[in-house]
Design a protein around this ligand. Structure first.
Ligand SMILES: [Zn+2]
Length: 407
């Protein structure tokens, strides 16, 4: 009873968003709309202007065979696409972040990362795109089904290589420098049932002032990663809660849940694209400048439809991620049982990320992959089943001898 009393009066308050944070929030919403309009308009313009058709014809003339033609088309298409996106990308990710004091990135480093990102993007597209066009050619009626299977395979490959091949291209990833902290994290991991856990530190302080941590990879490549910015900004107890949260994602197989979600989505979206593309092509092929969907010039049509359906499905995807984030918070609280530290961490993040802790409903639906910081502080303030004799939701995952652990 006394503990409950203390708990009630030691609630962490949700800080108000500063005027600067509200400005960042509102201008961010405006930029989000601009970004999406642009993302849809670019492929649409390339398609209806017939520019893609002309580029496709040129690539077919230049490339002696089908495969080379696709590569030539891609070089021009991705080059043009990146060029059209450059002003917005540069403003959003470099100028704006510096204006609000959130970035540590030098211009040279931004340019270097942008170049590498474009190269990785080009190589990933060039590696897989011919499979889809081959399927379109060989199986015009069923290509959507086989393409979904291929997309699931690609998702597995990309998820597997992301932490071990892609992340190290941009930042240094290595073991935790603070060995005392590493020992405590590995002890926590062992309590969460993760043996031989891999915890890595990334030098994100070169890029940003904000902190983050995540679980990435699949099977043998799976790892828990924390940015050095988070390590610098938080107490050891705070870091153990962050790690407890990430271990929740790991133990509860949230990466698999997301892959499952996307697998279902691939089938639905590619089927709809198949139907719409076959409806549009006979009507507008002269304007588009190509006769068949298996011609590489159809790429902007597919890109437009993929982006359009991706935008439509984002609110559903965010329902899933908000759920997994809440459950990871619950896992983190249950294993550390340090509500005040967890609540304070989210309260501090309001200032650190220039966040609006209580965004509007439209923002939550369209843009919130995580519960709002206000909701997370409230949850951490109030969730302590052990105080009222309730069982832990994830107690079964914790090692036997640690069950019922008390502070
Ligand atoms: Zn999370």
């Amino acid at each position: 009873m006394i503990e409950l009393f203390i708990q009630m009066f030691s609630q962490v308050e949700v800080p108000e968003a500063s005027a600067q944070a509200m400005n960042y929030y509102q201008s961010g919403n405006f930029l989000w709309i601009i970004h999406w309009v642009w993302t849809l308009v670019i492929p649409l313009l390339l398609l209806v202007s017939g520019l893609s058709g002309k580029l496709g014809a040129l690539a077919t003339r230049w490339g002696k065979n089908w495969f080379i033609s696709i590569l030539i088309y891609l070089v021009f298409f991705i080059g043009l696409y990146q060029l059209l996106n450059l002003p917005i990308d540069f403003y959003v990710n470099y100028i704006r972040e510096h204006d609000y004091g959130l970035s540590n990135q030098s211009f040279g480093r931004w340019l270097d990362q942008y170049g590498k990102m474009t190269l990785v993007f080009f190589l990933s597209v060039a590696t897989f795109i011919w499979v889809f066009y081959l399927l379109l050619k060989k199986s015009p009626k069923r290509w959507w089904f086989y393409s979904s299977l291929v997309s699931i395979g690609i998702t597995f490959i990309m998820a597997f290589i992301y932490p071990i091949w892609i992340v190290p291209l941009f930042n240094k990833v290595g073991p935790l420098k603070d060995k005392q902290l590493e020992k405590s994290i590995l002890e926590l991991a062992s309590r969460a049932g993760i043996e031989n856990g891999r915890v890595f530190e990334v030098d994100k302080s070169k890029d940003t002032k904000m902190g983050n941590a995540y679980v990435a990879g699949l099977g043998g490549s799976q790892q828990i990663v924390i940015w050095d910015t988070s390590i610098k900004a938080n107490s050891k107890e705070g870091l153990l809660f962050i790690m407890g949260h990430e271990m929740g994602h790991y133990v509860l197989h949230h990466v698999w849940l997301q892959i499952g979600f996307f697998s279902v989505l691939f089938f639905i979206i590619t089927y709809l694209i198949h139907k719409i593309a076959h409806f549009l092509l006979p009507r507008y092929h002269e304007r588009f400048g190509f006769q068949h969907l298996y011609e590489i010039a159809s790429l902007p049509l597919f890109l437009f439809l993929v982006n359009f359906f991706y935008l439509l499905s984002t609110p559903i995807y965010f329902c899933l991620t908000r759920y997994t984030e809440r459950e990871a918070d619950r896992f983190g609280i249950e294993i550390t049982q340090n509500n005040k530290v967890a609540a304070q961490l989210f309260a501090d993040a309001v200032g650190e990320h220039l966040a609006n802790p209580r965004p509007g409903n439209l923002y939550k639906i369209c843009r919130s992959s995580h519960p709002s910081l206000g909701d997370r502080v409230d949850f951490c303030n109030s969730y302590c089943p052990w105080e009222v004799g309730q069982p832990l939701k994830y107690g079964e995952y914790f090692k036997e001898e640690e069950n019922g652990l008390s502070k």
